[in-house]
Each structure stands twice: as C-alpha cells, then as structure tokens.
Design a protein around this ligand. Structure first.
Ligand code: GLV
Ligand code: MN
Ligand code: MN
Length: 413
C-alpha cells in the first residue's frame, strides 16, 4: 500500500460523496434532507466494501467494526460526521470519516490485525440544526441527549423529536442509545482545521489541545407598533433598533476578548407590519465561544446586562434565553503526545492548537480519552463552498491517524 494509492482512493471517495447535495451553491447535506439520507447509504456501502461490519445504532450513527484479535482489549474508535452546513464544503467532518475508513483499508491490505476492535463512526447530524443543537448523534451515543433537547421547538412550531420521527429516526432510540455502547479505550478524530493557523505557520498537522465551549443566545425584543410617520422619534419603542444595538454589543464582546473568545450575531429578524409601521418585535440569534470557561460565563453576564440596559433605554422589553451547546473540553494529554510523536515519525511539522469549532470529540471526551488531529485548511476557509484541503495534507492526516492507532494498540490500558 503506497501513499499515492491511498491518495487516489481518498480523492475519488471525496468526489463521490460530494455528488450528494441538496442543490444550490456549495455542498448541502443537512440533517433532515434527502441528500444526507442518500449519502449515508453510500457511506454505509463504502464502509462495508472496506471490510467493516456495519450497523446503524439507535441514534442513527453508522458504526463500522473491524474485529481485533483480543476480545478483552476493547475498542479504538475513529470518526466524525458527513452532514454539512447549508452551502458548505466537502471536507468538514468528511475527512474524519473517509480518513478513518482509509486507515482500515490500509490495515487490511497490510494484513495487520490489531488487538483492539477498530470502530469507525459516522455520527448523525453534527452541524447545528434548526434547534441550535450540534452533535445530535455523538451526544446521543454517550447518553447525553435529553428529553428536553428533543422537546425544542423550531420556528414552525415542530419539535426536534417530531422531526426525527418524521425522518425515520426513533426518538426513544436516540435517548436510549447511550446505554447500548461499550466505552471505547480511546477516540481519535481527524478533521480539517477550519481556520488559518496551520497554513500560516507552515505546519502539516495540528495537535488539538482543547475544544471551545459554546453559549448560544436567543433574544426576543418586544416594543410597540406605531405610525412611522407621526410618532416622534423620542416616543418610539422600536424593537428592531434595540435588536440592532444588541448585534453591535455582541460583536464588541468578541472584540474585547483579547483573543480569549469570539462572539457572533448570526441572525436578526423583525416583525414588520409594513414600511410605515415602527417594528413591534424582533429576534436575535447569537453565540459566544471560548476555550476558557471563566471568560465564557463572565461574558454571558456582561452581555446580558448590556442588552437589558440598551433595550430599556429604547423602551423595549427583552427576553434572553441562553443555551449551553457545550462546555470547553480539554483533549487527552497522553494521546496528544502520541499524535505529535506519530507526526514526527512521519517527518511532519506539527503545532499544538486549540479548536474554535466544535466537534463530536467534545462528547466522546466525556466517556473516554479523546484527541483530535487537524490538517490545514487552504486560506483558513470553512463552512463555505471554498473550503479546501490538499490531498497531500489529507494523506498526512490519515498517516498520523493510523500511526496513533497503531501506537495505542501496542500499549494496553
Ligand atoms: C460546527 O461546525 C461548529 O463549530 O459549529
Ligand atoms: Mn466538523
Ligand atoms: Mn462544521
């Protein structure tokens, strides 16, 4: 098995998976779309052809198993996701699933049977959905999905549980999936960096030190509808103006973080009765991320007060709902060292790097030693059609993943 052959296979797998898309610019395989459902039939078949025994668990995760030769050794798990944002690219998550499948192919071609079972998982719905909840499958896999998560309601009034049931996923299964699995000995996820750091520093591999926590905000502003021509400016209770000020306050929170965190207002919508009516209601969606739990909670307190004061100054009431998507999560130190050693053994330059994106690894880290391997993103672009990583870097990532697994296999817990 040469690296070149691996590169060709990875290239053709990437191209094939990219054909499954909802249409429009970029690649779209969102959680409840037909394109995502169909693409997973292809992933299942690709896992099978690569020698994995595949099953779908109660959470709708695709789980492929390559049996080891020591039933007491436990499992070494790799994986990621194959859903995308709307109008995304072909590498986010995909590299982790296809890369793990390629590792299995190489083990089999080399006639190597590990002591551990090697498990590859394509986790269901990692990207944020209409309910502001990321990592549906991995949350469920470790038993962290709750009935109140499934009771979340979208703007059309449908619950997440109902949407799952409508698309053939069993909501009870999603809640119970965590009880089915055996705790892995370790989980290692290969992923694109999705930012510019590795490329800028000329590194081939990122060894992830930790993954950011995310606090999401849904703010509803209630003012008063009035005539836009006759109501004096100082008597208005304009909900949209209050929401617009909150957008700037969110941005300022990120700018003031001094590199410790980021803050993004991603959507603002006003209820308008027409161009001649002062808006009565507005909704704002935002999020903050940081690797520092202390910064995250202090920023949440400050921003809450600031938005409340601002709304009050415009005569507008505001309801703020904060949702903790996940907490900051450090990666396992021992596996980080194994990854950097593997990179050096392959003659690759590595950098320690925190992840500003969230990943399925956040949830796996709750139940087993977990680590991530990053490969560079060209121009740091991600969550857009321009998302790209060279096939060479992809091959490097697969090589490091394989060496890390081999190393983990050679030492027992
Ligand atoms: C997932 O891609 C996230 O970081 O939101
Ligand atoms: Mn991802
Ligand atoms: Mn993503």
């Amino acid at each position: 098995m040469t690296l070149v052959a691996g590169a060709e296979r990875l290239h053709s797998d990437l191209a094939e998976l990219a054909t499954y898309s909802e249409g429009g610019p970029g690649t779209s395989r969102r959680l409840f779309s037909d394109a995502y459902r169909d693409s997973r039939d292809w992933v299942r078949e690709t896992m099978r052809e690569s020698g994995l025994v595949v099953r779908a668990d109660a959470a709708g995760n695709l789980v492929g198993v390559l049996e080891g030769n020591d039933p007491r050794a436990g499992t070494l798990m790799m994986g990621s996701h194959t859903d995308t944002v709307d109008g995304g690219g072909n590498y986010d998550g995909v590299v982790g699933v296809l890369g793990a499948i390629e590792v299995v192919r190489q083990f089999r071609e080399e006639g190597r049977r590990l002591a551990h079972d090697v498990v590859v998982v394509d986790f269901l719905g990692e990207e944020s959905n209409d309910y502001g909840l990321t990592c549906l499958g991995s949350r469920s896999f470790v038993g962290d999905l709750t009935a109140s998560d499934l009771a979340r309601v979208d703007t059309a009034g449908r619950t997440l549980g109902q949407r799952c049931a409508d698309s053939g996923l069993d909501p009870h299964g999603l809640l119970a999936a965590g009880r089915q699995f055996q705790r892995p000995r370790a989980y290692v996820e290969l992923h694109i960096e999705q930012g510019p750091v590795l490329e800028e520093r000329g590194a081939d591999i990122g060894v992830v030190t930790g993954i950011v926590g995310i606090q999401r905000l849904l703010a509803t502003f209630i003012g008063q509808a009035d005539h836009a021509g006759t109501t004096p400016m100082d008597r208005r209770r304009d909900a949209l103006v209050a929401a617009a000020s909150a957008v700037l306050a969110v941005r300022q929170t990120g700018c003031d973080a001094g590199g410790q965190g980021v803050a993004t207002a991603s959507d603002i919508s006003g209820y308008s009765s027409g161009p001649n009516v002062v808006p009565r209601t507005a909704r704002l969606q935002a999020e903050m991320r940081s690797i520092e739990p202390v910064w995250l909670s202090a920023a949440e307190r400050r921003l809450t007060q600031e938005i409340q004061h601002m709304a009050e100054s415009y005569g507008v009431e505001v309801d703020l709902e904060w949702i903790a998507d996940n907490e900051p999560r450090p990666m396992d130190g021992t596996i980080q060292r194994r990854i950097s050693t593997a990179a050096e053994a392959l003659g690759l330059r590595w950098e320690a790097i925190p992840s500003g994106a969230t990943h399925d690894a956040v949830h796996l880290a709750r139940v087993c030693p977990t680590a991530m391997v990053f490969v560079p993103s060209i121009g740091g672009r991600s969550h857009c059609p321009e998302e790209n990583t060279t096939i060479e870097d992809f091959v490097h990532g697969v090589g490091v993943l394989k060496e890390t697994l081999t190393d983990l296999d050679s030492t027992r817990a």
